[in-house]
Design a protein around this ligand. Structure first.
Ligand code: ADP
Ligand code: MG
Ligand code: MG
Length: 248
């Protein structure tokens, strides 16, 4: 089944006529892993932010259908409730709020419910297991003093708790060493179901190799998806850079 369908999406920076997205087309089905690569400044982060409804951008043309609904008519909170999740390039620290409380609040907001701390703990245990996270993290304040890898894994735990249908991960692999990358890959694999999908933005094919599942690789260039292929396209980029792709 189709999860996300983006048709000829154009977007400008709010209150300007500077167009960043110039007609993006993308279809993501349930259970698929999609990767967007592309030069700095090609519009990857903008695309991700437009999907979640970031206020800095204004859609001027095209449409986005998510689970059969018109995403453009929803505000960012409604999009999150609908099952869209985006991890941020630099996760915030929240002093004085434990990870456990934070996750429970996020869960309550997404599910429109009031789960008790005990019930929530039981819900959380298998998720911790799935993302290979130490339960001791739950007592610590959100992201405070976490290493780069721990922050990223914490984002994935949030993703697990929210049970999002589409996770948009913008450079979740940036600044991670190989061990941390491996942990991130395992955590993501632990979460994959036949229903949910991942859209990740990266500069490196390493995370794709670690996930080691067939997937789609898209090259974004100047606000459009210029080429689509499989992991061999990522390898081509790694070897010859983006110039290689544009000329091919
Ligand atoms: P990428 O993630 O592919 O590196 P971005 O989507 O972050 O690219 O940016 C695409 C282009 O749009 C860049 O030239 C960037 O400077 C510009 N841009 C994006 N957001 C804004 C903004 N809020 N204000 C001004 N320029 C922006
Ligand atoms: Mg960038
Ligand atoms: Mg970016």
């Amino acid at each position: 089944n189709v999860l996300l369908e983006v048709n000829d999406l154009r977007a400008v920076i709010k209150d300007t006529d500077k167009e960043i997205l110039k007609g993006v087309n993308l279809t993501i089905n349930e259970g698929e892993i999609h990767t967007i690569m592309g030069r700095n400044g090609s519009g990857k982060s903008t695309f991700a932010k437009v999907l979640v409804g970031h206020p800095d951008y204004e859609v001027t043309k095209g449409d986005i259908v998510f689970k059969g609904e018109n995403l453009l008519e929803m505000d960012p909170e409604e999009r999150s409730h609908a099952g869209l999740f985006m991890s941020f390039q630099s996760p915030v620290e929240i002093p004085g709020v434990s990870n456990m409380d934070f996750l429970r609040m996020a869960y309550n907001a997404r599910k429109k419910t009031e789960i008790s701390p005990i019930e929530f703990f039981h819900f959380l245990l298998p998720k911790l297991e799935a993302v290979k996270m130490d339960p001791r993290f739950l007592d610590r304040n959100v992201n405070e003093g976490f290493s780069g890898g721990e922050k990223k894994r914490n984002e994935i735990l949030q993703l697990a708790v929210l049970e999002a249908d589409l996770a948009i991960l913008d450079e979740i692999d940036s600044g991670l060493d190989v061990d941390a990358l491996q942990d991130v890959a395992k955590a993501l694999l632990g979460l994959m179901t036949p229903k949910n999908s991942i859209l990740m933005i990266t500069h490196y094919p390493t995370l794709l190799d670690l996930i080691n599942k067939p997937g789609f690789v898209h090259i974004m260039q100047d606000g459009v998806i210029k080429r689509t292929g499989d992991r061999s396209l990522a390898k081509l980029v790694e070897k010859g850079g983006y110039a290689e792709i544009s000329n091919a």
